[in-house]
Design a protein around this ligand. Structure first.
Ligand code: GDP
Ligand code: MG
Length: 598
């Protein structure tokens, strides 16, 4: 039976341990695409992913493997991102699988997200196949890495395969292990349809394209389907698999991973995590679905050209379909006009969304400094959730403020424990516990304000441990903090988009830092611009930007009109990501100045 020859699996790892490279080798060694089409990291098909060398969106692909037992097997490989911001994507892809290949870099050993991914895989009852990668490197310690996996994770590594995903060494054994050790899917072909939507994207021609894992029954073109949560019904236009290009099929059956299109134009009808069933013979209940992710970081996104507001809304709607963890709602700023307050899982996620909006939708955007959600308790008994520092109520109304804390696990060699604790302490962390993973490594657990994590924690952690520490965190709880709002005034006007929240003990220092940074970032103009930082009406820092003397272009001789035109053009382009705030031209970098540290 065909179901017996299907294997659904993911590859999980800490970032840079070699997931995408292994996926490339597996693709090459199975029948999926011709060598001609092969390019590095083919699953990372977003331009942005290839440039950054990281995986952002999960990607599912169907492969045919001719095994040593003479049979052909169908592999559904789902590549997953490793960065902490995207663990949401990881858990969604795992829900569609029976097994996971755990890649561990033999030069690095077990790291924080190795552990986090193993827990996710175990939560989904997956068979885990450990694979030791990069054994071609002189510093690789395959045996030590296995010992570490046994000791720190408790997984049996006696059958772990040593590989070089780069050269392909050992990958053939991984393919055989997939066949032998990962269970074939089960699921009744005669039962009513039950399929889980684990991803979706919008296609201008086909409408919403749903990535699904069929758990029970079958689905084919012409079937009337129903979305259990939204209640919407549609007729299936096409079913198929990605190989990795979409390939139409007659039928998807229990155990298959593939796509469904149904001319769905309203993206709200078909949310990721919903269950698809047959309209005339619905399954009695939905599949478990997914945990709805709470955004952790909020920032304002504004088009530099105010006329593009509706384009931005449409772009966000389309991106949200592809990335359910993105949230947005309209907001307005005196300084920036009309835009959206967007919620992200973390800083990398925010960066990626901004870049995708600019590249894929051709928008020029200004992003404000990210903020977390504060719980503000007022004297009148009301509690406000404040995502935008500009909306912080007047100090006289505030009784107390709570901010979100994360539970951070930092894995580090013994020698750096002191440095890690010092950093956590400085970032207002509260010590929880310390677990000895082995004689040489420790897992240090702290509760740290999320606002400090998004500020510069990760960079500091890397530099104070010479890159040896790895970090994983999850949102924990709200705890009271002594926080104040700091306003920035340019040329005497308060710029709402530059307001930020700080712990009181850092307020003056941060106010001074930011004023001097803005002084460097904002170009001189033909009048003097005072910059001030203030808490309420109290000025805590001030500086000013001197006026220019002359128009730069005036110095270019009129004998060379070409050069003058070029220079003006260059200035104009430089202005694209500028925003006029009152009389002052403010570049994008100024809005992020709050975050940069030197
Ligand atoms: P991912 O973040 O887990 O997807 O990791 P990538 O597959 O992008 O690999 C991260 C880096 O490690 C890339 O520069 C790869 O070329 C490199 N790499 C991956 N596997 C191997 C290997 O077996 N040997 C060596 N020497 N480098 C590898
Ligand atoms: Mg990758």
């Amino acid at each position: 039976e065909r179901q017996q020859r299907i294997r659904n699996f993911s590859i999980v790892a800490h970032i840079d341990h070699g997931k995408s490279t292994l996926a490339d080798r597996i693709l090459e060694m199975t029948d999926s695409i011709s060598k001609r089409e092969m390019k590095n990291q083919i699953l990372d098909d977003m331009e942005l992913e290839r440039e950054r060398g990281i995986t952002i969106k999960l990607n599912a692909v169907a492969l045919t493997y001719h095994a040593q037992d003479g049979e052909d097997y169908i592999f559904h490989l789902i590549d997953t991102p490793g960065h902490v911001d995207f663990s949401y994507e990881v858990s969604r892809s795992l829900a569609a699988c029976e097994g996971a290949i755990l890649v561990v870099d033999a030069t690095q050993g077990v790291e924080a997200q190795t552990l986090a991914n193993v827990y996710l895989a175990l939560d989904n009852d997956l068979e885990i196949l450990p694979v030791i990668n990069k054994i071609d490197l002189p510093s690789a310690d395959a045996e030590g890495t296995k010992a570490q996996i046994e000791e720190e994770i408790g997984l049996d590594t006696s059958e772990a395969v040593d590989i070089s995903a780069k050269s392909g060494l050992g990958v053939d054994q991984v393919l055989e292990k997939i066949v032998q050790d990962i269970p074939a899917p089960t699921g009744d072909l005669e039962a009513p349809l039950k399929a889980l939507i684990f991803d979706s994207k919008y296609d201008d021609y086909r409408g919403v394209v749903l990535s699904v894992r069929v758990f029970e029954g079958t689905v084919k073109k012409g079937d009337q389907i129903k979305f259990v949560n939204s209640g919407a019904e549609y007729e299936v236009a096409e079913v198929g698999i990605n190989s990795p290009k979409p390939l139409a099929r007659d039928l998807l059956m229990a155990g298959d991973v593939g796509y469904i299109t149904a001319s769905i134009k309203d993206i709200k009808d078909a949310r990721v995590g919903d269950t698809i069933t047959a309209a005339n013979n619905p399954a009695p209940e939905a599949l478990h679905g997914y945990r709805q992710m709470q955004p952790m970081v909020y920032a304002g996104l504004y088009p530099t050209d105010n006329a593009k507001f509706n384009d931005l809304r449409e772009a966000l709607e389309k991106l949200q379909l592809n990335d359910a963890s993105l949230t947005f709602e309209p907001e307005s700023s005196q300084a920036l006009g009309f835009g959206f307050r967007c919620g992200f899982l973390g800083m990398l996620h925010m960066d990626v969304i901004q870049e995708r909006l600019e590249r894929e939708f051709n928008l020029d955007l200004i992003t404000t400094a990210p903020s977390v959600t504060y719980h503000v308790y007022q004297h009148d008994g009301e509690m406000l959730e404040v995502e935008n520092p500009a909306e912080m109520p007047d100090v006289t109304l505030i009784k107390s403020i709570e901010e979100p804390f994360v539970k951070a696990s930092i894995m580090v060699p013994n020698d750096y424990v002191g440095a890690v604790m010092e950093l956590c302490q400085r970032k207002r962390g509260q010590f929880d516990t310390m677990e000895y993973l082995s004689d040489t490594r420790v897992n240090v657990i702290y509760h740290i304000p999320l606002a400090e994590i998004i500020y510069d924690f990760f960079d500091r952690l890397k530099s104070s441990t010479r890159g040896y520490a790895s970090l994983d965190y999850e949102i924990d709880d709200y705890r009271p903090s002594d926080l104040v709002k700091i306003d920035i005034l340019l040329n005497g006007d308060r710029v709402d988009a530059l307001s930020f929240i700080s712990h009181r003990s850092f307020a003056e220092e941060r106010g001074r830092e930011i004023a001097s940074k803005l002084k460097k970032i904002i170009p001189r103009q033909n009048f003097e611009i005072p910059i001030q930082a203030a808490i309420g009406s109290k000025i805590i820092a001030r500086t000013n930007i001197k006026a220019y003397r002359k128009d730069v272009t005036a110095r270019i001789h009129t004998g060379d009109p070409d050069r003058r035109a070029k220079l003006l053009d260059k200035q104009k382009r430089g202005k694209k990501r500028m925003k006029a705030v009152g009389r002052v031209e403010v570049p994008q970098a100024a809005f992020m100045a709050v975050l940069q540290t030197d």
